[in-house]
Design a binder for this molecule. Structure first.
Ligand SMILES: O=C(O)CCC(=O)C(=O)O
Ligand SMILES: [Fe+2]
Length: 257
């Protein structure tokens, strides 16, 4: 299988695959040409009133002034044509397939906004989020929408631990001892850069204390032979961690990982 890369993109997938295999993540610079257009469509969703039958919107409390801040958009592929085309683009799936060495299918899509004042993410492996009920391995393409660096809370990944299985129980962040004395690699990205990472690669990120947003789209794939679980995943998530608009007052909802 050959990835259908945009004109002018030159890369050696063998090298990329070797890095992914060694570290558990690999960056592709300038892979997505319409990051600016994607950002405009994300901004429109941010500005719109949440709807029960629309994209799923999640909110946090700003670390600056405790005001409500949108922090995540999920399950949007069928609610916006431009974002949907990106989610369904064969380019990301083809590269994910090259990295895993076999065909893949989409598991889920989300956008983490991390606006100024947005919180960080504790150390975890995505596989700890209860995904093992669906498949034993996933690869995620993180598409940078805004520039990400250490001052606005870029992703920080610990290399070389993705073949060690789960490093802690499902549902809880990892203690720093889980990564030994390793140092994380902060992955700085420009809009349109894409980071592919393994669901067992431990990662974290800091809060956004800057005045620049750090939006990132995450497309997660599993091996095709493990089945298409996207619909089941979102049905289960609607029960266990629905968007804010669908939450019941008599229930508490816990973010897993
Ligand atoms: O967006 C980030 O900074 C990290 C998000 C993350 O690790 C996740 O959503 O699983
Ligand atoms: Fe994660």
């Amino acid at each position: 299988m050959k990835a259908d890369l945009p004109r002018g993109t030159s890369l050696d997938l063998e090298d990329k695959r070797a890095s992914f295999d060694k570290d558990g993540f690999v960056k592709f610079a300038g892979l997505v040409e319409n990051a600016q257009e994607l950002r405009e469509h994300i901004l429109a969703i941010e500005a719109a009133e949440p709807q029960v039958d629309g994209p799923w919107l999640y909110f946090e409390s700003s670390g600056k002034d405790a005001s409500p801040l949108i922090n995540r958009i999920e399950n949007f592929a069928d609610h916006d044509d431009v974002l949907g085309d990106c989610v369904r683009s064969s380019l990301m799936a083809d590269i994910a397939a090259q990295l895993l060495g076999e065909p893949v299918c989409l598991f889920k899509e989300k956008i983490n906004l991390k606006l100024p004042g947005g919180g960080g993410f504790e150390l975890h492996q995505d596989q700890q989020a209860g995904w093992s009920r669906y498949a034993s391995l996933f690869v995620t393409a993180l598409i940078a929408i805004d520039a990400a660096d250490t001052s606005n809370g870029c992703l920080e990944v610990f290399p070389g631990l993705h073949k060690d299985g789960l490093l802690g129980p499902e549902g809880s962040p990892l203690p720093i001892s889980a990564v030994g004395n390793r140092a994380p690699i902060p992955v700085e990205l420009s809009p349109g850069d894409v980071l592919f990472f393994d669901s067992y690669a431990p990662h974290a990120s800091k809060p956004n204390l800057s005045d620049r947003p750090r939006r990132a789209m995450y497309l997660t794939y599993n091996r095709l032979r493990d089945g298409d679980h996207r619909e089941d995943y979102y049905l289960h998530k609607w029960d266990t961690y629905p968007p804010d608009i669908a939450r019941r007052k008599d229930r508490t909802y816990a973010y897993r990982v």
